[in-house]
Design a binder for this molecule. Structure first.
Ligand SMILES: Nc1ncnc2c1ncn2[C@@H]1O[C@H](COP(=O)(O)OP(=O)(O)O)[C@@H](O)[C@H]1O
Ligand SMILES: [Mg+2]
Length: 323
């Protein structure tokens, strides 16, 4: 049975449960003892902060102690660190090459990367590079943004100047798109082959996370996502976000090389991504199954909770056993 270490486990209970259902021994790590996903894993560990020199050694120790086969980061936070340290941690890290991870984390470098690889994305500039004839509206977007934070819509040059002064974070300026936004959850093998691509609509998002959506069998989006994933040589799970414009073109805005916030949908639709990840950890080479999923599956999310109590040694444990 494969043992999987989930880093920055946070609230991602759904992913840990899905891997357990797929037959994995699950080990969750987080810096915060109140991260709910810790208590849904077979084993959990508190680790230093990512910036701490002890972070990678702590993961390596867990890998050795628990016989970990596969490391799956669950947030954007430690991806660059893990991608750079992949040869030191002692287990397969489910991430693309460090250079790709670094560039996807920076919305300006991601745009340049998309252009280099022939992937269409909206016109994007650094704040001092916006041409005089740029068409409004424009967005001021956090350069290292996540969760839809620090995004401002400027209707004219005066507002652009205002928002560039107002935003507290390093930003880019990007053409504001008017089309419909879609999200496609892909899974790729270790050679960058796309094994499946499951598009979904974004019916409602809250705090940057999709809370209502539906899987759709849209061949254009499936083909686009496979093409993008393979041009970038993505590895493992990724969430690809794009807009469909009035002329039918698709422009890429964001790629997260991890399980998307809408993970329950590709899971419910039969994507079997945890099984694919475990197959890669066993050294297998599963065949692509593009389009092999159920369309019309609707997700609607809700809050859940967990009650903890003292363990007697300063640690916490669930008040009632978790099923
Ligand atoms: N160029 C754009 N035009 C219109 N809306 C956008 C554009 N870029 C982002 N958005 C909106 O902002 C949200 C967050 O932007 P995104 O680029 O995905 O950054 P992040 O998810 O990292 O915060 C998107 O889901 C989308 O709704
Ligand atoms: Mg996004």
């Amino acid at each position: 049975m494969a043992a999987v270490l989930f880093t920055c486990a946070g609230q991602r209970v759904d992913i840990i449960e899905a891997f357990r259902q797929a037959g994995a021994v699950t080990v969750a790590a987080d810096v915060n003892p109140l991260a709910p996903a810790l208590y849904h894993a077979d084993l959990h560990a508190l680790v230093p902060r990512i910036e701490d020199d002890g972070y990678v050694p702590a993961l390596r120790e867990l890998v050795e102690q628990q016989g970990i086969d596969l490391i799956v980061p669950l947030t954007d936070l430690d991806q660059v660190t893990l991608a750079r340290a992949r040869d030191e941690v002692g287990a397969l890290v489910l991430l693309p090459a460090a250079e790709i991870v670094e560039r996807l984390e920076d919305k300006y470098l991601a745009h340049v990367l998309f252009e280099e690889r022939g992937i269409a994305s909206p016109a994007t500039w650094l704040p001092n590079g916006v041409p005089d004839d740029a068409e409004f509206p424009l967005l001021v977007k956090a350069r290292h943004g996540f969760g839809s934070r620090h995004i401002y819509r400027a209707a004219d040059p005066a507002q652009l100047g205002f928002f560039l002064g107002y935003t507290p974070v390093d930003s880019i300026v990007q053409a504001c798109l008017a089309g419909e936004e879609f999200s496609i959850d892909v899974f790729c093998d270790l050679d960058g082959r796309c094994l499946n691509a499951i598009p979904r609509t974004m019916i409602e998002s809250k705090g940057g996370e999709s809370i209502k959506g539906m899987t759709i069998r849209d061949q254009q989006l499936i083909d686009l996502a496979r093409d993008v994933a393979e041009r970038l040589q993505l590895v493992g799970p990724a969430n690809i976000q794009c807009f469909r414009e009035a002329d039918g073109s698709h422009l890429l805005t964001d790629i997260n090389p991890r399980f998307g916030g809408g993970f329950p949908l590709p899971l419910a639709a039969g994507g079997r991504y945890p099984e694919l990840a475990l197959a890669l950890a066993r050294g297998e080479r599963p065949e692509p199954r593009l389009g092999d999923f159920r369309e019309g599956i609707v997700m609607t999310r809700f809050f859940s909770d967990l009650s903890l109590t003292e363990n007697g040694d300063g640690t916490l444990k669930p008040l009632a056993p978790i099923e």
